[in-house]
Design a protein around this ligand. Sequence first.
Ligand code: F6P
Length: 320
Amino acid sequence: IRKIGVLTSGGDAPGMNAAVRAAVRRGISLGAEVVGVRRGYAGLIAGEFVDLGVSSVGDIIHRGGTFLQTARSDHFLTPEGQAQALAKAREAGIEGLVVIGGDGSFRGALRLTELGLPAVGVPATIDNDIYGTDLTIGFDTAVNTCLDAIRKIRDTATSHERTFVLEVMGRHSGWIALAAGLAGGAESILLPERPMPMEEVVTRLKRGVERGKRHTLIIVAEGVGSGFEVGRQIREMTGYDTRVMVLGHIQRGGSPTALDAMLASRMGAKAAEVLLEEGRGGLFIGVENEQMVTRPLEQVLGRRKEIPDELVDLAEILAI
Ligand code: F6P
């Protein structure tokens, strides 16, 4: 392999730029040419390529978002779309591809590998829900964004003796809610993986208030349902002064934390090595016990990383 492409796909995540930079610079250090693909698979189909030299990825390691931009492409899900993408890659002389994204992006990477273009996945999603890696790029930054919000809300909640419901992202996964709730000392954390009846939420809430707590923070993962609905039910069941906040896409932006910038640098570089030194595709890069590992894509697709019971239990114990 002498020329590789790099693309970012799916929802953006802080650290994607650092991962692109690492793949580009490691690729060049191994003697390859590197091409950036704009707008994910949509850009691959349209042949939106940009040559990436060492300096073209300067001054991006600390930036949120993805300078290559990203998209969710329906056309790429079709055999015609995939054939077009493959043809464009061939035309541009791309012989290997680094795909930075989540589960859906990995599906595309596997498909391209099967069609003859070796592709390697780099897990980047704030959701941290990819099986086979302890962490995904962007998760730590998103959790820190939530934590910042929790701490600010805590100030005003205490002043007014209010209950706050904070809805955080996580379409199918409670990782962000669990990590932010545990680190932020929330009273209840509602997770799609571990449904908690509203009666229990309210019992815990009342117990805290009776014990003299001057605020209550309830974190709701998006996958459980609307934070506004949870707030409405709490108000109805308790009569407590309750406010709701939906954190939304603010969780997807911002400079990557040190942990994310480092993880992205290691993973991006490793992806270039797997393609250029080993000549292999159909794999993704993970981190396990702080070591970089490679795993076959087909082993992880469609499997969601479980949230650890131990952390859920601990959050409950500490929130009495
Ligand atoms: O997968 C990342 C994520 O931020 C989810 O947590 C969230 O449900 C979804 O993307 C939102 O996607 P969109 O970019 O389409 O609003």
